[in-house]
Each structure stands twice: as C-alpha cells, then as structure tokens.
Write a protein that binds this ligand. Structure first.
Ligand code: NDP
Length: 322
C-alpha cells in the first residue's frame, strides 16, 4: 500500500509521475465544496502534502490531516504555511532553497535594467509605430555606478549582489542582522533608502515583513529612485507604491509580485515607468525542474528515514540530517 499524499496546486508532469510512483495521490480541488469531499474521504489517512503555486497549506486544512508528517513545498518561500504550528505538531516542512537563486537574481537585475532603460515601454512604442510617426523617444537613465540597496541579503540577495559589480554598483543592504560581507549594513530601512538609487526587495513574505516598503521608504528613495520587488507582494504597500509612481515620488518600479495575485492594480498598466511580470522569477524550464526534483526528493527521503534534504529553519530540529 502506497502512503497517501494530498497534492495542492500545479506541478509539472515529471513531478506528477514521481509522486504517482511513490504515493497514492489525492488532488485537492479548487472548489471549497469539492475540497470538503476529498478531505472527508481521505483526510484521515494523509501522511504527506505536496504544495505548489504559492498556495501553501491553509491551517484549516492542516487541522483536518491528523496523520500528516511532512509538507513539501514546491518553492523556497513558505509564508502560506504556518511552519511554527507544523513544527509544534512534529510535522516537517521542506522547501527548495538555492536551486532557484540564479534565475530569481537574474530576474531582479532584468527588472531593474528594463525599468531604468524603459525597455518594455520602448518596445511597445516601436510596435505601435510611434518611432516612425513621432521619432526618437526621450533619453533614459544609465544603470551604471548606482547605489543599490538589497532588502534581505540571504541566499538570493547574495546572488543579486554577485551580479552587480559589472554595473559599478555600490552595494548596501538591510535585514534583521549584519552579515560578514564587504557591503555597508543599515539597520534602518528609511536611512538606507535615502542613500540608494535602487532598492531591491528579496525578503520572505508574511506578517513580519508586511508593508516594510511603505510611503516613508518610497519618499526616502526619492524621485530618481527605482524599486524592484521579487520578494512577495505583501512586502510593499501597493497603494502607497501606485501613488508614489503617479506623483513622481519615485522614478519607477520593476515588479514580479503583487499583493493580490493574479490581480494587479490597473493603474500600473498605463505607466511607462514600470515593468511588470506575472510572478515568473523562478519560472524557467531548468529551475522549475530542479525545484520539482528537490520537492520530490524531500518526500522520498522522508519516506526512507523520516528526514528531508531541505527543512525550513523552524523544522530543522525535526530533521537532523537536513
Ligand atoms: P533567505 O532566508 O536566504 O533570505 C531571506 C533574507 O531576508 C535574509 O537575509 C533575512 O535577513 C531577510 N529577512 C527575513 N525577515 C526579515 C525581516 N523581518 N526584516 C528584514 N529582513 C528580513 O531566503 P531566500 O533568499 O532563499 O528567499 C527569499 C525570498 O524570496 C523567499 O522567501 C520568497 O519570498 C522570495 N522568492 C520569490 C520568488 C519569485 O518568484 N519572485 C522566487 C523565490 C523566492 P536575516 O538573515 O538578517 O534574518
């Protein structure tokens, strides 16, 4: 008898095949009524959850899985899973750190460059026939020799920093703790924003970082400043950001994430000074394959010896090998 697994959110065919080989897979439907039926029929036997698409595991569903022992998240951010609660119940939460650092970091750089050089706006300008009709568009701003502030110098934050030297950037950072790195640390985000021309957010989401980038931070960033968010939509006060972009408080923004995905404030659609992406920072074939493999490897290892390869910090004590 294969162990029972609850599958939440989209997975790749390769992941689906691996999960089907090792588990009796029960897909959680999107419709709440249909969810109730699946949970009533299988909830009592579920030992593992595999969750993707940022859906996490809502606590009311976790509460209906009395035999649950492991949650494997197809992603590194786990703000939609209560990891402390899981740990208190002896449930290990696993995720996919490091394998996505390069693509997410490159996306952050692309968003910054595209915004400062108006790459998307001018692509649209050309395609609309405006080059021929109206002539050469206004000059843009060079990304060279800027002070770039990284909010959250963790695994991905460091990969972003590693990409900055060719731009002659002065790298600074803000986070909860000072690191052993050759960049200036700011304990105060407003102070850092005041000294920066570019701010890149790459912290986790969740209540601790909610609206860290608020109207005061945006004002400090100033009229030449560009904000890049590849973290979570919740990290930035979106309505304050829209206002700051409309009234010239900051120069522009490159955004991969939004507060109410897939809803994006319509006011952003007509702005030339923003670059928008539908939460695709890790969405390459190569990185999604590596993330999918690690998601499944975490589950396979758990079924062998009760540990996972990559536990989240809150559950590390439950998985000594991880
Ligand atoms: P890490 O845990 O390695 O780094 C997180 C960093 O954020 C750390 O430097 C940490 O600082 C800092 N941080 C955490 N909490 C706070 C806080 N309250 N205030 C200030 N700084 C804080 O994570 P990763 O680099 O692997 O991933 C970071 C996040 O990126 C993920 O959690 C996810 O939300 C997002 N992400 C987005 C993707 C996308 O598709 N757009 C794809 C992948 C990740 P300290 O070390 O001092 O604690």
């Amino acid at each position: 008898m294969k162990p029972d697994l609850l599958l939440i959110g989209p997975v790749t065919p390769r992941m689906q095949a691996r999960l089907d080989a090792e588990f009796s897979v029960h897909r959680l439907p999107a419709d709440p009524e249909a969810q109730g039926a699946v949970l009533a029929e299988h909830g009592a036997e579920i030992v593992a959850v595999c969750t993707g698409g940022g859906l996490g595991l809502p606590t009311p569903i976790m509460d209906q899985l009395p035999k649950l022992r492991v949650i494997s998240s197809y992603g590194v951010g786990y703000d939609t899973i209560d990891a402390d609660l899981a740990a208190s119940r002896g449930i290990i939460v696993a995720h996919t750190p490091n394998v996505l650092n390069d693509d997410v970091a490159t996306t952050a750089i692309l968003l910054w460059l595209a915004t400062s050089r108006k790459m998307v706006a001018y692509d649209t300008y050309l395609r609309a026939g405006r080059w021929e009709a109206e002539g050469y568009p206004p000059l843009t701003t060079s990304p060279q020799n800027r002070t770039v502030g990284i909010i959250g110098l963790g695994r991905i934050g460091q990969a972003i920093a590693d990409r900055l030297p060719p731009f002659g950037a002065t790298i600074v950072y803000h986070g909860r703790s000072k690191k052993d790195v050759p960049y200036r640390y700011y304990a105060d985000l407003v102070e850092m924003a005041r000294d920066c021309e570019v701010l890149i957010c790459i912290t986790p989401g969740g209540p601790e970082t909610r609206h860290m980038v608020n109207a005061e931070v945006l004002k400090a960033l100033g009229p030449q400043g560009i904000l890049v968010n590849v973290a979570r939509g919740s990290v930035v006060d979106e309505s304050a950001l829209v206002t700051a972009l409309q009234d010239g408080t900051i120069a522009g923004a490159g955004l991969d994430v939004f507060e109410e995905e897939p809803k994006v404030p319509e006011a952003l659609f007509s702005m030339e000074n923003v670059t928008l992406q539908p939460h695709i920072a890790s969405a390459t074939v190569e990185t999604r394959q590596a993330m999918g493999d690690l998601t499944c490897d975490n589950l396979s290892q758990f079924m062998k010896d009760g540990t996972v390869i990559a536990p989240v910090p809150e559950c590390a004590h439950l998985s000594p090998k991880g």
